[in-house]
Design a protein around this ligand. Structure first.
Ligand code: HEC
Length: 197
């Protein structure tokens, strides 16, 4: 009985300390091979596309930029998917091309990115990955990385779009939802998938 009280108090203190300081001293786990490969593939996709887009817009204006996004985006994605042996695509909560519509898992992650952005996390930092069973029951590693909106993007995804660009976009994408973005907004995400044997 003599020791009961101090023991109870120190136990309560220990629990309190553990609750107040959850896992802060724990190092995050080292990135796996899949995470490293996904980060590299997403980065390469982004850089390749942005360079092609910037070059086209600079050389012959936003209309030829549309051609890059319309034709080359999917080609670059296919080439990367083969080279990197993982499916590489882009998606968004507001898509221009309906082929880029998110599936359920992607939709949940995009909403999570939106919420994290609202909590103050920089869009550049937003990524998420998980191992899930796909529709066929295939175990799959999935990875997403947020794509921020920069000033270049506003030519075709902003509020004020020039009449020629507007006309071309309407012709190619009658269901276009990817307008009205502002600099710093979450434009969408790179999304990658790799089946796990
Ligand atoms: C010259 C016009 C133009 C510019 C500038 C542009 N885009 Fe796009 N964007 C498009 C077109 C066209 C598509 C549809 C591509 C397709 O058919 O898959 C598209 C599609 C996308 C998609 C795929 C999701 C969807 O909406 O279908 C993302 C993500 C995207 N753009 C992000 C960006 C970002 C980020 C920038 C700036 C760095 C940017 N875009 C600049 C024209 C443009």
């Amino acid at each position: 009985m003599k020791y009961a009280l101090p023991v109870a108090i120190s136990a309560a203190l220990a629990v309190g300390a553990a609750l107040a300081k959850p896992q802060v001293d724990v190092e995050p786990p080292a990135p796996t091979a899949e995470i490293k490969a996904s980060r590299a593939a997403a980065q390469q996709f982004g850089v390749t596309l942005k360079e092609a887009l910037q070059q086209a817009v600079k050389a012959s204006g936003p209309i030829s930029g549309i051609q890059v996004c319309h034709e080359q985006a999917a080609q670059i994605a296919d080439k990367l998917s083969t080279e990197r042996e993982m499916l590489v695509r882009r998606t968004s909560l507001k898509v221009r091309n309906p082929n880029n519509t998110p599936d359920n898992w992607e939709l949940a992650v995009l909403k999570q990115f939106d919420a994290r952005k609202a909590q103050g996390e920089p869009v550049d930092n937003l990524e998420f990955f998980a191992v899930i069973d796909d529709d066929q029951g295939q175990k799959t590693f999935r990875y997403m990385k947020a794509i921020p909106t920069s000033s270049l993007c506003l030519n075709c995804h902003g509020d004020t779009i020039s009449p020629e660009v507007d006309a071309k976009l309407k012709e190619l994408y009658p269901d276009d939802k990817a307008r009205g973005f502002k600099e710093g907004d979450l434009r969408g995400a790179f999304t990658l998938a790799k089946p796990i044997p």
